[in-house]
Design a protein around this ligand. Sequence first.
Ligand SMILES: C[S@@+](CC[C@H](N)C(=O)[O-])C[C@H]1O[C@@H](n2cnc3c(N)ncnc32)[C@H](O)[C@@H]1O
Length: 497
Amino acid sequence: MSEREQALKRAGDLLTGADYTVAGVRALLGPVAGGALARDEIVPALRATGGGSPLETLTRLLWIQEPVPAGALAGAADLVAAGLAAESGGELRPLLRVEPLESVTGAGHAGYAVSDLKVRPGSGERVRPDHVVGVGGASGSLARLVVHSPVDNVLDLGTGCGVQALHVADPAVRPRPAALTATDVNPRALRLAGMSFALSGLDGVELLEGSLLEPVRGRRFDLIVSNPPFVVAPGDGERYVYRESGMAGDEFCRRLVVGAQEMLTEQGYCQLLANWLHVDGVPWEERVGAWASESGCEAWIVQRDVQDPAEYAELWLRDSVETGTPEYRRRYARWLADFERQGVTGVGFGWITLRRTGVADPAVRVEELRHPVEQPVGAYVDRVVDGLAAAQEFSTSCAQLLRTAAGVVQEQIGAPGAEDPERILLRQTGRLGRAAGVHSVEAALAGVCDGTIPLEPLVGAIAQLMGLDAAEVRAHAAAVLPELVADGFFEVVPDAL
Ligand SMILES: C[S@@+](CC[C@H](N)C(=O)[O-])C[C@H]1O[C@@H](n2cnc3c(N)ncnc32)[C@H](O)[C@@H]1O
């Protein structure tokens, strides 16, 4: 182990010993200072960390990014030797940002992510083109999306500060994978990711420099995770590598999707965040659905948000702290002109989950879900994809065993006092929180499907009870059940498949 790595290990012990964790810092700051800091306002956080305890000092230095008195911290020498801080004039100054990570299960500490210092609005500083970004909202979204099942061999593509690899290695989620590979096109990112892993005690991560899938061509992984440089920016030569690939439009995400299959083991997952263009006259679902079909994998693609061209340009100019700079108007206008030229009417933000499978016609679902869903999605994303695959194969053969999914409830809507409801809804109280308007036949099925009795006798009994024709009830069930299976209201009991 090099001297730097040894110092990073000691620095990691210093940080955990001081409870420099998300829970520790959250309790220290409280909701008001914590909320202000999330808006890049540091004054409340400075007031909340003035007591001089090790946790307060570390929070000031490594999170708020303020100098602290050099004598305030036993172990300061380790931070300096680790390359995280510099000492001069009696002060300790941060050189890098160190963010604690919380397990996506909410059950404790998941390591430390080392990134470049955050450039805050009003500081007068510029974001450097090779800036290594810290843990953002997108990092958290992807970490919460990643499937929880055990995996041996994982690729974190575009690792940046290493946050995804650290989450994948979190033993509160799954046993630590035997092999972890992290790639990035930015050598500076690989250096900082290496520091994150050393500080977090995560040994043996393979770090490879290169673009897209190139550094790992010919290899296969059980899981590929990527929070890629998905930002669609004008190709005017000014590029931030942490968010822009340099490829035109949404080409980077498309290439990753269509190239994933040959890098996955059987039943392996590739999960990424993406932005996709809404192009005038082309339904977005068709454009992105074509990527999924070309991938040859089962695919679940979810649009979580859409922004119009102006909102999009403003968002990313704010992100790179360019709002209010002399170049702002020029850059903003360039962005709009570029979108106009391509017929772009908006940009979608979303999740892509692919699963490699041997089937000839894999299930593909492209949909919009804008409402809050149960988190972490990774705890049940495999069931979502299972549901899509089961619906694709669903045979109306009534030998099938169905089970009403956990958390499904029935709601009835109608005039007060009325004997019969006007509408019946099945609603998921957890997971994706879907609701479906149903006929009384499906509602009755939801009441009795427990995975033990095949569909045929259940349909017969329901028809008899409701005074309906059994053949009609069977035909109705056959028409509506696949969609309800795909949506996760019913699950096909695996042995029956
Ligand atoms: C949005 S950051 C994500 C960082 C981190 N994985 C996370 O989840 O926060 C995208 C990362 O992709 C890297 N990157 C940019 N272009 C790339 C390319 N062509 N191939 C691989 N990685 C690239 C950037 O250097 C950056 O670290």
